[in-house]
Ligand binder design. Sequence first.
Ligand SMILES: *Cc1c(COP(=O)(O)O)cnc(C)c1O
Length: 400
Amino acid sequence: MTTVGADRDWVAAAALGRATRAVVDLDVVAGNVRAIGRRLARGARLMAVVKGDGYGHGAVAVARSALAAGASALGVATVGEGAALRSAGIGAPILLLSAIDPAEAGAAVAHRLDLTVGTLELLAAIAEAARAGGLAEPPGVHVKVDSGMRRYGAERELAVVLAARVAADACLRLTGLSTHFANADEADEAVTQDQARCFERVVADLAAVGIEPELLHAANSAATLRSERYHYRLVRVGIALYGLAPSAAVVLPAELRPALTVTSRLTRVIGLEPGDGVGYGMTYRAARRERVAVVPIGYADGYRRGLSDRGWMGFRGGRAPLRGRVSMDQAVIGLDDGVAAAVGDEVVVIGDGRDGGPTVAELAEELGTISYEVVVGISGRVPRLYRSGGEVMGGVTGLR
Ligand SMILES: *Cc1c(COP(=O)(O)O)cnc(C)c1O
């Protein structure tokens, strides 16, 4: 996020003052957007999904980079997320990917957010807000088809009814028809193919009554990378923009690189005697004389307690295992004999696969979760610094 003048300097200084920081390389984000763009079917556009504060990377900075690199729209989950992008001066189309509470329809249309609709109740609330709003343009509505996910889409007949109502309402614009895949990140493609056929039946039903929504879209990152068959007129790409694979079953193209790393610095190096315990519960006990070091990151930073006694950090090109429990603000790593270590030395908490630190996927595996949850979970206390054109600048501080 660019800030100007004194404000920017202050933000940069505050962010740089903490040893623990996330660095997001915006040139990498832009490169990922272009690489995905080159793989799209003819005529398909790219929506950059920046919900969850840009998967923990910072939504505004990522959105700007993605739009500059060729994305045509943004996707968010909540009205607040969309409003924050508008406040930052972003004018591109922004789609609310999830159903919202009907009570939020007024705020959504006031911020010129496009809406996803799967029920008559929500459509009625949007139509009312559109009529009351004194808007320059009718809000864009995307009708969501439930092709198997059983969350907020509409089944075939209802989807046709909703699309027809939107198309017939001068206060609304039928911008899209969409669906969402449940299993696109799994090795077996059968369910995804079934869902695509289900979606296409609704497209055909609508065509039969003369309705052709401008944008047909279905693919998340996994489906986008899997086959052009799922690209239609728009793909909604999240995790791959950040250079992360949706799952172990999806191979990322080699040109995609992880955009985020988290590093910190040792605040203390401690010698242990045999029998000494480390941290709460003393779950780690030294079997011999050895050294450990304190790293100022803990579960309040989103460095999960589940990593206690099992995670590792990158230190001097090797793996330094966690010793004892991760606490709210600190973690302790073990140091190999003979490895030099001093206060201030850098440790790689989350690496990019080339710097010796654990990758997001490795941390996810260790925690029994998915990469999405690891990056989204990096808390607001960790300053985000942005690298662009080789320069690191202050970004969203930990006080987001
Ligand atoms: C989050 C989301 C996406 C992006 O999914 P990725 O797997 O991160 O690419 C696409 N579509 C919808 C409806 C979403 O909610």
